[in-house]
Design a protein around this ligand. Structure first.
Ligand code: AMO
Length: 435
């Protein structure tokens, strides 16, 4: 363009100069002597003052969300937000809305309930407060990638339609694949493991699908899984060290890349301790039995209430908002899980609890072909459907392990969202398949 576009956030650097702004009409306020236009672009909001009666008459007809080009003088003003406003403007409408939006996008609070927001996502997410979680999310993924790139991981992309279910216990969606039965991938588990044989260290960010009919604030039927897998580990603790590095990288990236979104949402970023505290599953159950009215000993998993209790305990006892629970019973973990040496009813696996919720699952995997055959047999599973997966192990695989972090859970916990759906652009759940 002849005149380069200036963003709202850049205006203060242009005081005294002619500028061209482009964006959406966020708010129009007509006073007796002046009309104020608040323009919204990807960087934020800016103010333009119209005093010329002819221009004022023209803009009086522009509804909110009209896409505008404003050319005028960047002028210092103590009254304007950010200390600068555009004066003496020429205002051109680039495109006008055909219908009013679902609610006022300029009200600092969000005057709409979650279903309304989700029904109207393409417009509703323009509200600065509703957009902010997604900026936090994007910054988190950038941090995830950067942290693993630093450790020489290779990013991979694996199929999302598969012929064999990957996660025992998690329900699958069936699809018709050219007349053959197929499933939407519940996780990249098998692919990421086999790629350890090729790259040693891999990660993937992508969608996964869970046909669990959970109607809760923390479950989605499609979510974004941040996965990593690495070879030549001693045991699951090496994986936990990578999780810690990744959490630190994600937190730092959110701080630097999404600082404004965090300020808008009053986000309190967590301290990622140099060493995240850990507790064995069996000890966690003892602790809960000793300090609460409930006795979970003998249960194969932790109930959500117990996860919340343990999280609060970690804050009290260790000053940490993160807690690793290790050693989950083999009975509750998938067949690829490595048992705990000397205590084979438990596993070399872990969950990471963050602010009361399971955020990460991971662990050491079996790596010998014979161990896989035995593990499948012990669970009454036939090896045939797993042939493609087992091929990697037939040809030599190092001791390895990995983890998966649920992106929406992370963002929701970080920003204190009451519902994970506020962190998915177009959430998919038992009731929602559109927009
Ligand atoms: P798991 O099934 O525990 O492990 O999932 C890993 C993480 O994904 C998130 N998560 C979900 N988020 C939103 N909605 C859901 N329905 C949902 N289900 C799970 C959680 C969870 O901790 N293959 C293993 C990981 C591994 O061992 O590498 C797996 O998928 O944050």
């Amino acid at each position: 363009p002849a005149v380069p576009r200036v963003l709202a956030a850049e205006l203060p650097q242009h005081v005294g100069r002619h500028v061209t702004l482009q964006g959406w009409l966020h708010r129009r306020r007509a006073l007796k002597t002046a009309t104020f236009l608040v323009l919204r672009d990807r960087s934020g909001l800016s103010q333009t003052v119209v005093t010329d009666p002819r221009t004022a008459a023209a803009v009086a007809g522009f509804p909110e969300e009209t896409v505008l080009q404003v050319e005028g003088l960047a002028t210092a003003s103590t009254q304007a937000p950010g200390g600068v406003e555009v004066t003496s403007p020429t205002v051109t409408a680039l495109s006008g809305p055909a219908a009013p939006g679902p609610f006022d996008l300029y009200r600092p609070d969000v005057p709409a309930a979650l279903p309304t927001i989700l029904d109207h996502a393409p417009v509703a997410l323009r509200h600065p407060r509703l957009r902010a979680p997604h900026l936090v999310s994007a910054a988190s993924v950038a941090g995830f990638r950067a942290a693993l790139d630093e450790l020489a991981f290779t990013e991979v992309h694996t199929p999302k339609v598969v012929g064999t279910a990957t996660e025992s216990g998690a329900e699958v969606f069936s699809v018709d694949w050219f007349g053959s039965p197929a499933y939407l991938a519940q996780s990249p588990q098998f692919f990421k493991q086999s790629m350890v044989g090729v790259f040693e260290r891999v990660y993937e960010t992508g969608p996964v699908f869970r046909a669990e009919p959970h109607d809760t604030a923390r479950h989605l039927a499609q979510y974004t899984s941040l996965d990593a897998e690495l070879g030549f580990i001693a045991d699951h603790r090496d994986v936990m060290a990578v999780v810690r590095h990744v959490l630190a990288g994600m937190t730092a990236s959110v701080r630097t890349r999404a600082g404004e979104a965090c300020a808008l949402l009053d986000v309190e970023l967590p301290d990622v301790p140099a060493h995240i505290p850990e507790i064995h599953f069996a000890d966690a159950q003892e602790l809960i039995a000793a300090h609460t009215d409930e006795d979970p000993r003998g249960e194969p998993d932790l109930a959500p209430a117990h996860e919340r209790w343990l999280s609060a305990w970690a804050v009290r006892e260790h000053g940490s908002e993160f807690l690793f629970v290790t050693g989950y019973p083999m009975a509750k973990r998938p067949f690829y899980t490595h048992p705990q040496p000397g205590r084979p009813e438990y596993s070399n696996s872990f969950d990471l609890l963050f602010r009361g919720l399971e955020l990460v699952t991971g662990g050491q995997r079996l790596h010998r072909h014979d161990d896989y055959l035995a593990a499948l047999a012990a669970r009454g599973l036939s090896p045939e459907p797993y042939e493609g997966y087992l091929a990697a192990f037939r040809h030599g695989m190092p001791p390895h392990g990995g983890f998966a972090l649920g992106l929406e859970r992370w963002t929701a916990r970080l920003i204190g969202a009451d519902n994970i759906r506020r962190t998915a652009l177009f959430p998919r759940d038992i009731h929602r398949l559109s927009p």
